[in-house]
Design a protein around this ligand. Structure first.
Ligand code: DP6
Length: 329
């Protein structure tokens, strides 16, 4: 066993994961497609100890997690212990290079980094597919962060077959995700809680059907590097997912006034200024604008004139999780 430090990128989904067929293993209702991010990552150090520790010690962004806050992570450490058939305790320290409430999924990069670091620290060699299935159990979207560039998570039928794979490496397309932070208030309902609500929406089945149709369009748009083909499909899927959220019981309303202001602005810039940028939104109020690299500067200029914009974070297509020499402790 060896102390191990891994850095993993978060990801932004073009066709979203929303709703579960089996909540116990995070088996989704449909496939999803994402881009792994190069400028929004989690770095995690894991060390397993055979004796002397009563429970796992977990420090996240400088704060020690206790009881309920630690449970989701200790549950995941239990999965890693089960793979090794061992009863060790873990010391875990983890830092994000982006603010938690920025609208970037810290659980995707966090569970990807924890899975890879935890498995390697146990001295086990698992391939990326197996690691993807394990990471999925911690957080569904983490299954996609096991791979570089453009990634599809296959819904699958069970724990072994619900796995992600790479569609194209990062160098395939110089795409950007510009996160527009309009609110840093913490969210009321975690995505994990929200997935089980999707089935209560009368719109859920329609959204699953349209997401399935969107997959082939998104694959083709990425293959041909066609932003004007990709954009309308990702906007529609994000709006369909939020329609499901809004019409669930209880209703999930993640948007803030700034969210709508950015959506209206980006559509106006497209129409009147021919600026090829398109939006998507995760389970929160902040907006992700997807565009090609040369659109970033004119886009940031326009965004800086909007009063609702608190900050922006720009990422390109990122690498698969990789080892870092410097440990966090
Ligand atoms: C809206 O269950 O992976 O980002 O609850 O933070 O673990 P956590 O997230 P997860 O759901 C992510 C849902 C989404 C869409 C997506 O990334 O596909």
């Amino acid at each position: 066993m060896q102390k191990t430090t891994i850095r993993a990128g978060s990801n932004i989904a073009f066709i979203k994961y929303w709703g579960v067929a089996d909540a116990a293993i995070n088996l989704p209702l449909s496939n999803s497609i994402s881009m792994t991010l190069d400028n929004a990552h989690t770095t995690t150090t894991v060390e397993w100890v055979e004796r002397g520790l009563e429970r796992d010690e977990i420090i996240l962004d400088g704060k020690r997690l206790e009881n309920a806050a630690a449970a989701r992570l200790t549950d995941h450490l239990d999965r890693l212990r089960a793979v090794a058939g061992a009863d060790y305790r873990a010391r875990v320290m983890s830092v994000n290079n982006f603010p938690m409430a920025s609208g970037i999924a810290s659980s995707a990069s966090g569970f990807a980094a924890l899975t890879v670091a935890g498995v390697r620290a146990l001295g086990l060699e698992l391939d990326a597919t197996r690691l993807s299935a394990l990471a999925r159990r911690g957080s569904g979207s983490a299954s996609r962060s096991l791979f570089a560039g453009f990634v599809e998570w296959e819904r699958g039928a069970d724990d072994a077959t619900s796995i992600a794979r790479q569609l194209y490496p990062p160098a395939h397309w110089d795409l950007r995700d510009v996160v527009v932070v309009v609110s840093s208030a913490p969210k009321h309902v975690s995505s994990a809680g929200g997935h089980t609500l999707a089935a209560t929406s009368p719109l859920n089945q329609g959204r699953v059907t349209s997401a399935e149709a969107g997959l082939s369009q998104v694959r083709a748009a990425i293959r041909t590097r066609d932003i004007d083909r990709l954009g309308p499909v990702i906007e529609q899927d994000a709006l369909a997912m939020h329609s499901v959220m809004m019409t669930s019981t209880p209703s999930l309303l993640y948007w803030q006034p700034g969210t709508l202001e950015v959506l209206q602005a980006v559509r106006a810039w497209r129409e009147f200024d021919r600026l090829p940028a398109y939006f998507t939104i995760d389970a929160g109020p902040n907006v992700h604008l997807i565009c090609e690299a040369d659109t970033v500067t004119p886009l940031l200029e326009r965004l800086s004139a909007l009063a609702c914009v608190k900050r922006t974070i720009v990422s390109g297509p990122g690498p698969a999780p990789y080892a870092v020499d410097e440990h966090l402790f």
